[in-house]
Design a protein around this ligand. Structure first.
Ligand SMILES: [Zn+2]
Length: 305
């Protein structure tokens, strides 16, 4: 499961209760107060913890016979094939288009089915993709953002009943594929407010560059030294190529100039007007900065390159 937010959290809960034996959870974010309106796996005591860590604890408490594998990473072209390896199905719990195009290409190469889901406002969509039996994600949505454009976790508001409904439909579609049913090739469009579910058949696009032409625009994107992505209005995720960070030492150092606490496996620091969350692998979420340059300078100053 890529992304354990509102939709992914509902899917994960239902799949674990249904007895799916092994679930790898991938998410780059920590739990924030605004998430609790719709992200049903989390509660107030999980604030500041990595989502995958809090989700894994909750899911293990639901069904201890399921193997849960939390991965607190930002998914990108350089690590996606490793993260997908050894799985039977990819469940899309992401909140941005760039990651979906990347997953579309990676799942085509790995011959894995991919259950897309998206929700915003009162409506959402689910599409079980298994090329060449069905259209691919790019057949459905042929105009992607430019490769390398920063993905965003920012979403317009979502009615919580919508994300729960979309997650339920996604879990059912995932179970159907895992149990060997053929995908319908239909896009399911749900509206929780009216309420209504529509079924729209999606044909493969004859000129699709991805599933017909074999292009791998997103998978081929070059990895820069530090991968930055925008997570909401004033938060930047930085994923530098570097070794692990000793969070104990860093915490002592930052504790002299600011307020520091540990939340699960991460270090949370408020220093000189900046809010940083640092993961053991060196990745960081930096709040209160205007742009990537600002985030890089905060990282260099307080964590070090
Ligand atoms: Zn296609």
């Amino acid at each position: 499961m890529i992304g354990v937010g509102a939709v992914g959290g509902v899917s994960a809960d239902l799949l674990v209760r249904a007895g799916v034996g092994h679930l790898r959870l991938v998410d780059r974010d920590v739990v924030e107060l605004v998430n609790l309106q719709r992200q049903t796996l989390y509660s107030e005591e999980d604030l500041d913890r990595p989502k995958v860590e809090a989700a894994a604890a909750r899911l293990r408490a639901i069904n201890r016979s399921i193997e849960i594998e939390p991965v607190a990473k930002d998914l990108h072209a350089a690590n996606v094939s490793g993260i997908l390896r050894g799985t039977d199905l990819i469940v899309d719990g992401t909140d941005n288009l760039g990651t979906r195009y990347l997953l579309n290409e990676a799942t085509l190469d790995a011959h894995l089915p991919f259950v897309y889901a998206g929700a915003v406002g009162t409506s959402g969509m689910v599409f079980a993709i298994r090329s060449p039996d069905t259209a691919c994600f790019r057949c459905l949505s042929p105009t992607p953002p430019a490769p390398g454009a920063p993905p965003t976790c920012e979403t317009a508001g979502i009615l919580n009943a919508t994300s729960a409904l979309v997650g339920s439909v996604q879990a059912a579609e995932s179970l159907r594929l895992l149990l060997g049913e053929r995908p319908s090739g239909d896009l399911l469009v749900v509206d929780a407010w009216r309420p209504e579910i529509q079924r729209i058949h999606v044909a493969r696009r004859q000129g699709c560059p991805t599933c017909v032409g074999g292009e791998r625009e997103f998978l081929g994107a070059k990895r820069t030294q530090v991968l930055a992505s925008l997570c909401g209005g004033d938060t930047i995720s930085l994923d530098p190529i570097r070794g692990d960070v000793d969070l104990e030492t860093l915490g002592r150092r930052l504790g002299r100039i600011g307020v520091v606490h540990r939340a699960g496996g991460v270090l949370v620091a408020d220093v000189e007007g900046h809010h940083l969350t640092v993961f053991p692998d060196g990745r960081a979420l930096i709040r209160g900065v205007a742009d990537e340059t600002g985030a890089r300078s905060v990282y260099a100053k307080y964590v070090g390159i």
